[in-house]
Design a protein around this ligand. Structure first.
Ligand SMILES: [Mg+2]
Length: 252
């Protein structure tokens, strides 16, 4: 017997969804950010959202769905990645530090005093595994080939800071203040969105906080994130698009 992807109780939950919140890496685009710093030159590879997803986001937006992005990346990069669909997106960036919507910026925290000193210390570290600092406004992101003990040691001296290693970089920010979950909380407040109206698509351990705030979780990696729906990241269509298809087919 063929197992149904969407059963009735799930279908009822999907009917309440208004806000589709997407993680980026592994969901909208394949995993991984490429960055390379040589002296004063910084080279960043920016991935664009696939054309097939652009059309589907436009169609669903016209039907009343709102799309959200919640990422550790900087706004400039997200605006570039999503340049063709900016009118349809609520962008929360730098791990919940701020949100952009139609040209207006909502700053959720001020980390300047807490990160200024540690940044000076980190810039002095010389290590062959360090690839470079990704330009960010509110958090610190250091790309490395592998973990660098010296970075971890420096950050651990600052009790109010976190340092998250994600296999390609360290994100350093203020605990409880600069988190994706906090960013989503602010978005829910600002745009009056309820939990049952949120569908979240993620693929990683660090997506659990966001998942817990959504009515429906779609996981693209069941070994790392528990979901109500599972999609595969190894198919031709990336997970975000598979989710868009669910909503497009449901509406037919
Ligand atoms: Mg991801």
């Amino acid at each position: 017997m063929k197992k149904r992807l969407i059963n009735n109780s799930l279908n009822n939950k999907l009917k309440k969804i208004k806000f589709i919140l997407l993680d980026i890496d592994g969901v909208v685009v394949p995993r991984g950010t490429k960055i390379e710093q040589k002296g004063e030159n910084l080279k960043i590879n920016i991935k664009k959202i696939p054309e097939s997803q652009i059309e589907k986001i436009k169609t669903l937006s016209k039907k009343g769905y709102v799309f959200g992005i919640n990422s550790g990346r900087g706004l400039y990069m997200l605006q570039n990645m999503f340049s063709k669909i900016l009118p349809y997106l609520i962008i929360t960036y730098e791990n919940g530090s701020a949100t952009w919507y139609k040209g207006k910026i909502y700053q959720h925290s001020n980390s300047f005093d807490k990160l200024y000193k540690v940044r000076q210390e980190l810039e002095k570290v010389k290590h062959p595994n360090i690839k470079g600092f990704e330009p960010k406004e509110f958090i610190i992101t250091v790309h490395c080939k592998k973990r660098v003990k010296e970075i971890e040691k420096i950050v651990s001296k600052y009790k109010e800071l976190y340092s998250i290693w994600n296999d390609e970089a360290y994100d350093i920010g203020v605990k409880g203040l600069q988190t994706k979950a906090r960013g989503l909380k602010e978005v829910m407040k600002t745009f009056k969105i309820k939990k049952q109206q949120i569908l979240f698509v993620g693929d990683n351990y660090n997506d659990r906080g966001l998942g817990g705030m959504a009515g429906v979780i779609v996981s693209a990696d069941k070994t790392r994130l528990k979901g109500d729906i599972y999609v595969s990241m190894h198919e031709k269509k990336l997970p975000a698009e598979q989710v868009m298809d669910i909503f497009l087919n449901k509406l037919k």
